[in-house]
Ligand binder design. Structure first.
Ligand code: CA
Length: 230
């Protein structure tokens, strides 16, 4: 099999170098570019197997490149974003990116995301969490399509919100601490503030619950953590 080519667009030279190093070690061919304009010019003439794309880039930013790529096909994109940007821009990212990694990230984690996305592209459906849709009350969660509906109405969740909901719902009544949820759902090597979990729980409730202050599905177990009540 031919080696797969990955385009890395990252303006911080140290990060670009580390990413390149780890990806080459994982047997990918890597092309590294440092600004958005150069990336668009290169992409006009080349078709990589995947693009690792920093969100904040000089001249043309990652979101614009994502839009440009999506208007021309479906080359997989993994977006690099900083935690501060995540809250505001994740919805935009999800319109185009296949996955995103929050800086600072471990290069190993990025390589495993790259592998996972490429595997998903090569064999669609295989990498998706197996199992049938889960229905509780008026809530339906389908791990195959990652669709969530409440009383038949489709709810838009970010990838992480979906993963968190799926983890809780597929372990009904089991209580998880925030650290456990970080391990299972985030699973990254670097430190993430446990309040990230609180924020995601709140957003899930706002999106899913009839009364977010008196949740029916995602319950707080005071002093411990959270559980899903089917
Ligand atoms: Ca940047």
């Amino acid at each position: 099999m031919n080696r797969q080519t990955i385009l890395v667009v990252e303006d911080e030279p140290n990060i670009a170098e580390v990413i390149g190093l780890y990806l080459r070690r994982a047997d990918y061919d890597v092309v590294t570019l440092h600004d958005g304009e150069a990336a668009l010019a290169w992409l006009a003439a080349n078709k990589p197997d995947l693009v690792v794309l920093d969100l904040m880039l000089p001249r043309v930013d990652g979101l614009e490149i994502t839009r440009w790529l999506r208007s021309r096909g479906n080359i997989p994109i993994i977006m690099l974003t900083s935690r501060r940007q995540e809250t505001d821009r994740i919805l935009g990212l999800e319109m185009g990116a296949d996955d995103y990694v929050v800086k600072p990230f471990s290069p190993r984690e990025l390589v495993s995301r790259v592998r996972a996305v490429l595997r998903r592209v090569a064999a669609p459906g295989e990498d998706v969490v197996p199992g049938p849709a889960l229905t509780c009350g008026d809530l339906t969660i389908d791990p195959a399509t990652r669709l969530v509906t409440v009383a038949g109405r489709e709810v838009t969740l970010t990838a992480r919100e979906f993963d968190l909901l799926w983890w809780l719902a597929s372990h009904p009544r089991q209580v998880f601490t925030r650290d456990q949820l970080l391990d299972h759902v985030w699973g990254l090597a670097e430190y993430i503030d446990p309040s990230t979990v609180t924020v995601h729980i709140r957003r899930l409730r706002e999106k899913l619950e009839e009364d977010a202050s008196n949740p029916r599905y995602i319950r707080t177990v005071w002093g411990v953590g959270y559980k899903f009540e089917p």
